[in-house]
Design a protein around this ligand. Structure first.
Ligand SMILES: O=P(O)(O)O[C@H]1O[C@H](CO)[C@@H](O)[C@H]1O
Ligand SMILES: O=c1cc[nH]c(=O)[nH]1
Length: 234
C-alpha cells in the first residue's frame, strides 16, 4: 500500500496499462481481463488486476496530466515493481491525414515542460518509447488492419491552450497528436530502466474540430487496449 495506491503487495502486475480516465480502466478490465479484481480505489483512481491469455495484468488510471501520471508511475515502479507501463489514452489529431478513432503509437513525446524539467535544467531530454514495445505494437496494429500512425506526439500541460501558434509549429514539424502524459511516462521509464509506450486513440481533431463524446472516450477504445496487451506480451 502506498500513499496513492491501496493495493496490497503482490496485487499489482509487472505489466500495467494506464488510461488517464479511471472509468476507462474499469471498462477495459471488465472487457479484456479474466477475473478482474479491483485493487485500488484510493481517490477514485480505479485499478484492476486480472489475467489476459494467462498473463497477469493491471489496468490502473493515471489521472490527467503529467504530475498525476508521475505519482502513479513512480509508485507502480518503486513500490510494486512494475516493469512495463503502457499508456492507453485519448489524443487530439494534429495532421490532416489523421481521423477520429485512428490509433497513434507515440515514438517520441515533445513538450514545453514536464515534472522532470527542473532536474534536467538546460538539457532538452528527448523522451522516447521503448523500441521493442513500439515494434510489437506496430506489428499488432498492422495485423488488425486498424488505421495507425507512428511518430512524434506532443505532451501538453494544458488542455485549454492559449498558444495556437505552438500547435501550428507542432503540425508543421509533423507531430501527429496532442495529449498530456506520455513524455513524463517515457522519462520515468528511462530513469528507472523499465519499458514504456503510449498507444493513443484520436478522440478529437484540432483542425477539423470533430470530437467524440465523453461516453465513447470511456468505453469505445477496444483496439487500443488489444494492441497494448499484444505488445506487452509479444
Ligand atoms: O483520455 P486520457 O487518457 O485521459 O488522455 C487525454 O485526455 C485528457 C484530457 O481530456 C488528458 O489526460 C489527455 O492526455
Ligand atoms: O490532451 C488532449 C487529449 C485529447 N484531445 C486533445 O485535444 N487534447
Amino acid at each position: 500500500m502506498t500513499i496513492h495506491i491501496g493495493a496490497a503487495p503482490g496485487e499489482i502486475a509487472e505489466t500495467v496499462l494506464m488510461p488517464g480516465d479511471p472509468y476507462r480502466a474499469k471498462w477495459a478490465a471488465e472487457r479484456f481481463l479474466d477475473s478482474p479484481k479491483l485493487v485500488n480505489e484510493t481517490r477514485g483512481m480505479l485499478g484492476y488486476t486480472g489475467t489476459w491469455k494467462g498473463q497477469k495484468v493491471t489496468i490502473q488510471g493515471s489521472g490527467m496530466g503529467m504530475p498525476s501520471l508521475s505519482i502513479y508511475a513512480n509508485e507502480l515502479i518503486h513500490d510494486y515493481g512494475a516493469k512495463t507501463l503502457i499508456r492507453i489514452g485519448s489524443c487530439g489529431g494534429m495532421q490532416p491525414q489523421i481521423g477520429l478513432r485512428d490509433l497513434i503509437l507515440a515514438m517520441t513525446a515533445s513538450t514545453l515542460s514536464t515534472p522532470s524539467r527542473g532536474m534536467f535544467r538546460e538539457l532538452n531530454f528527448a523522451p522516447c518509447a521503448d523500441w521493442g514495445l513500439l515494434k510489437a505494437a506496430a506489428d499488432a496494429a498492422a495485423a488488425r488492419d486498424h488505421k495507425t500512425h507512428i511518430g512524434g506526439i506532443y505532451s501538453s500541460d494544458v488542455f485549454y491552450d492559449e498558444r495556437p501558434d505552438l500547435n501550428e509549429q507542432m503540425t508543421r514539424h509533423g507531430i501527429l497528436g496532442v495529449e498530456m502524459e506520455a513524455a513524463e511516462l517515457y522519462i520515468l521509464a528511462a530513469r528507472h530502466g523499465v519499458r514504456a509506450l503510449a498507444v493513443l486513440t484520436v478522440s478529437d481533431h484540432l483542425q477539423t474540430q470533430e470530437a467524440l463524446p465523453a461516453s465513447e472516450r470511456e468505453t469505445s477504445f477496444g483496439d487500443m487496449v488489444e494492441v497494448a496487451l499484444e505488445a506487452a506480451f509479444a
